[in-house]
Structures are given as C-alpha cells and as structure tokens.
Ligand binder design. Structure first.
Ligand SMILES: Cc1cc2nc3c(=O)[nH]c(=O)nc-3n(C[C@H](O)[C@H](O)[C@H](O)COP(=O)(O)OP(=O)(O)OC[C@H]3O[C@@H](n4cnc5c(N)ncnc54)[C@H](O)[C@@H]3O)c2cc1C
Length: 257
C-alpha cells in the first residue's frame, strides 16, 4: 500500500491485488481498511480483492501482463510483491535451539534461548510480551528489534533487564499518517471515535473488556499516550472508551495507571 501511494501520481496506472477483502483488514479492521482504500481510490489506484496472482507473462525479459487467479489480466511492466516473510532459520533445525512450528526462535524475557549463552533478537524471535500477559508473540517492527538487541546485549553483559517495550508502528500514505500501538491479533471488537470522512479518528481494538491496541489518524498524540500508559503497566477498559474517546488520558502521569 505504501508503494502504491508513492506510485499513484507517477505510474500510468496502479493496481493492488490481495486475497483479503479490504486493505489492512486483519490489522486495522473493515472500517479503517475501507477508509484507506478510499484514500487510494481517490488517487486512481485500482483494487482487485479476493484473488491472487496466477501467471506473469513477459516478452524479451520484460513483464507485460499479470494474470490473476480470477481470470482478470492486468497490463503491467512492474510488479512489486509484498506477500509476507518467513524466518530463514532452517539452518537451526538440528542446533538444539527451540523453534516454533513456524520457524521462529523462542526466547525468554531476557532474549535468552533455551541454549546456555545463546541469545536471539528481532524478527526471528517469539518473545513474551508483557502487555498480553507474557504471551509469546512475533513482532516485526524496527522499534521492537532495536529493543530486543538492547536487552540481549544487557543480558550478555550480565546486566539483565526484562524486555518491556510496547509495540508501535506508523504508516504514511498521501500525507496521512496512521499510528498504531499494542498487540491486536485476536481482538474481538473495535470501538471507533471521530469521523473517518473528516480524516480524524481513533480506533480501539478490544479483547473481552480490555483495549489491546489503538490506532489513530489526525488525533495525535493519543497513540503515543496509550503506549505510555501500557508501558507504565496501565490498561484501558472497554467501558471507558465506550464512554468517550480519551477520558483515560487523565490517568497518565499518575502512579495508578
Ligand atoms: C519492505 C519492508 C518494510 C518495512 N517497513 C517497516 C516500517 O515502516 N517500520 C518498522 O518498524 N518496520 C518495518 N519493517 C520491518 C523491519 O525492517 C524489521 O522489523 C527489522 O529490520 C528487523 O530487524 P532484524 O535485525 O531482526 O532483521 P533484519 O533487519 O532483517 O536483519 C537480519 C540480518 O541478518 C542477516 N542474516 C540472515 N540470515 C543469516 C545467517 N544465517 N547468517 C548471518 N546473517 C544472516 C540478513 O542478511 C540481515 O542483514 C519493514 C520490513 C520490510 C521487509
């Protein structure tokens, strides 16, 4: 989507193909995803959802057409594949290191693997995330990899500290920036405040009665404040955010977050 937004005013035409139904559907949900789609469509980007790519047809070493699984053929001279990543940890299979079924290296809160004196950090690990009761998670963000490296280094230097970082990322498209903090997978509801049409909203992703992630656009610094609250060990209840968009902010800076 970031590539599409960059190319929208440069390429003759831009098409986005995805198996899902709405951009960012799994992470941001249908409403915010549809908002992102509209932003792109207003700039002329075309979407093909619920389908994948079947064939790339070229001529003289140059891409000419992309055939989709639904039979549609798109004229194209450039195709950018963004289809996810898998950890390149095959070489560790017989090393004695504990790997998950998806190939991630399991570490504890000090980034220590199950093997003495072996530490791991970054995109390849599953680590205990304190904001979700130390559930082992994989987070592929620069900020988290940076913190992992720091914690692993401190452990190696004999100054062990727990990993205590709240996931945070942002994306900028057409001058509009969505911020996101927390760990949303498994959310069961979304409480939205603001107005998508006015480019100003905050979306709370909840699981049971608790906010597990927050996304915003045009509502700074609410996502940073939520990250700070979570970092301080605080939490936001669903009742609170049903009552209003940001009443919980007053609890920042107090000792009872
Ligand atoms: C297209 C793209 C866009 C992204 N955008 C963002 C963003 O906007 N914001 C954000 O926070 N994050 C973003 N990320 C994620 C971010 O880049 C990663 O979370 C971060 O780089 C992870 O750092 P790392 O050190 O764990 O892994 P990497 O940065 O991938 O570094 C791993 C290094 O290990 C090397 N390596 C691999 N196998 C071996 C081996 N067997 N022996 C020795 N070396 C090896 C690799 O060559 C590589 O240099 C993006 C990622 C991609 C791919």
């Amino acid at each position: 989507m970031e590539v599409a937004s960059f190319l929208a005013d440069k390429a003759t035409s831009v098409s986005v193909v995805d198996l899902i139904q709405v951009p960012f559907q799994l992470t941001l949900g249908d409403q915010v995803g549809a908002y992102m789609q509209k932003l792109h469509e207003e700039k002329g980007v075309h979407f093909h959802f619920g389908t994948g790519t079947k064939e790339f047809i070229g001529e003289g070493g140059q891409l000419k057409e992309v055939v989709l699984s639904n039979g549609t053929t798109l004229a194209a001279d450039v195709c950018v594949m963004g289809v996810g990543v898998v950890p390149a940890t095959d070489f560790l299979k017989d090393s004695g290191l504990s790997l998950t079924s998806r190939g991630f290296v399991t570490v504890d809160k000090h980034m220590h693997t199950n093997v003495p004196d072996v530490y791991a950090a970054g995109d390849i690990v599953e680590f205990p995330l304190f904001t979700v009761d130390n559930q082992h998670v994989n987070i592929q963000h620069w900020q988290m990899a940076h913190q992992h490296g720091r914690i692993a280094g401190l452990s190696i230097a004999g100054k062990a500290q727990d990993i205590h970082s709240v996931p945070y990322f942002w994306t900028m498209q057409y001058g509009k920036s969505i911020r996101y903090t927390g760990y949303g997978p498994g959310y069961d509801d979304i409480v939205l405040h603001g107005d998508l049409n006015d480019n100003k909203f905050v979306a709370y992703y909840t699981k049971n009665d608790k906010v597990v992630a927050v996304a915003s656009l045009g509502w700074d610094p609410i996502v940073s404040q939520a990250a700070e609250l979570m970092s301080n060990g605080g939490s936001i209840s669903k009742d609170e955010i049903r009552a209003g968009p940001d009443g919980w902010v007053v609890r920042l800076g107090t000792s009872h977050n």
